[in-house]
Write a protein that binds this ligand. Structure first.
Ligand code: AMP
Length: 396
């Protein structure tokens, strides 16, 4: 059974076609600059990449281009669009109602449209991508997989903010959590490696956006991102958690509007804001190695905050069986992993520092020290596969 996974952004559309009988990716690619000019990159394993300029006035034109490439005699991987059994769509936000991956009918679409205010950046393009795909492939199921749904069973005390309760009732202001599809995937892998379904696991998704999630028995019990992906650990350009009063203070002191303050905290803070160099961890590591104080400080702040959250989740869960590192920084930055796990032996977390430095990239590895009470794993995330799997399970 072949499943197409689509992730539509404001000017981009990523796709992957899976053969779920063999768990293979048949083709994947990216349509960029939708509504501007248009570039498509189409990749197949073992074949040369294909890149071309194509005019995409909208998401519909982009998905039509994808289907033409997938079925092309030379560049294609399937004989006809009819071979695609269903499409899985990535949605950042499912609100309070879409608690599980779901087939997206009219009612679900209407609900998604009603909550775009909660998700103004990702919601509208994802809906536009969905509508385009439904128009072009009307006879098959379209499934929504929501980053927030992994958190839908958290306890009230983990998601209600201590602000007037009426604001939750009126505006649905609460912790939603994000990156759920990634955390769900790596936490399930870790539980499998531990051979313990009811394991207590802390997953650290550290990338350009970063979040940490505590999972018990396959269900998320807490997570660092909140009402928006702004909360939690410092990120490439996002501040992560800060004293909320800083926001109103900056607005008054700098004479800036709420939107400008929002931009400052989302686009100009985090690793970029502290280092003044870059939002990319690799650039900051290079500068830190050369002795740049602010780059060193940015990394120290990142590690300090990761440790604080990991520690608080151990307290919350009354223990932990495994710590997982994933995403760009988690999978690749050996030093950050070492620094996060340093001085945690009292909690049972100890890694094999030599193996952490030499272990292969892009593979699932156990970097725990021999005899460590808590396992530490590096697990490459695969949100697209998770979306394809949910889509398969809902439609087969
Ligand atoms: P992601 O958002 O998951 O793609 O992760 C992007 C982040 O991962 C950026 O901050 C990159 O600098 C970081 N990253 C990617 N590769 C490496 C690497 N080899 N070493 C250190 N950081 C990396």
């Amino acid at each position: 059974m072949k499943i197409l996974v689509v992730n539509a952004g404001s000017s981009s559309l990523k796709y992957q076609l899976f053969d779920m009988d063999t768990n293979e990716v048949l083709a994947k690619g990216l349509c960029e600059r939708i509504g501007i000019d248009g570039i498509v990159t189409h990749k197949r394993p073992g074949k040369d990449d294909y890149k071309s300029n194509v005019d995409f006035p909208n998401h519909k034109a982009a998905i039509e281009c994808v289907l033409a490439l997938l079925t092309d005699k030379e560049k294609g991987v399937i004989g006809s669009v009819d071979e695609i059994a269903a499409v899985g769509h990535r949605f950042a936000h499912g609100g309070e109602k879409l608690k599980k991956s779901s087939i997206l009918g009219d009612q679900e679409l209407e609900y998604l449209e009603s909550i775009v205010g909660l998700n103004p950046l990702h919601g509208p393009p994802a809906i536009s991508g969905l509508k385009a795909c439904k128009e072009v492939m009307p006879s098959i199921n379209h499934v929504g997989v929501f980053d927030t749904s992994y958190y839908s069973e958290m306890k009230e005390e983990a998601y209600i903010y201590p602000i007037p309760y009426e604001l939750y009732e009126k505006h649905k202001i609460r912790r939603y959590g994000f990156h759920g599809t990634s955390h769900r995937y790596v936490a399930a892998k870790a539980a499998e490696m531990l051979g313990k379904a009811d394991a207590k696991i802390i997953t650290c998704h550290l990338g350009n956006g970063s979040s940490i999630t505590a999972t018990v028995n396959g269900k998320a019990v807490d997570t660092s991102m909140g009402f928006t992906p702004q909360d939690g650990v410092p990120m490439g350009t996002r501040s992560g958690a800060i004293d909320p009063t800083v926001v109103t203070f900056i607005q008054k002191a700098e004479g800036i509007s709420a939107d400008e303050a929002d931009k400052l905290l989302n686009k100009e803070s985090g690793l970029l804001g502290v280092s003044g160099i870059s939002s990319d961890c690799r650039d900051i590591c290079d500068a830190a190695e050369k002795g740049n104080h602010r780059a060193q400080l940015a990394l120290k702040i990142l590690v300090h905050n990761i440790k604080k959250i990991v520690g608080s989740y151990i307290a919350e869960m009354n223990g932990v069986d495994a710590i997982v590192f994933t995403a760009g920084i988690g999978e690749n930055d050996r030093q950050i992993r070492e620094d996060v796990c340093k001085n945690m032996a009292w909690l049972g977390i100890e890694i094999d520092e030599a193996f952490n430095k030499s272990c292969p990239r892009g593979e699932t590895v156990d970097i725990s020290a021999k005899g460590a009470k808590v396992k530490t794993f590096v697990i490459p995330t695969n949100e697209e596969y998770m979306i394809a799997l949910d889509t398969l399970n809902l439609t087969k």
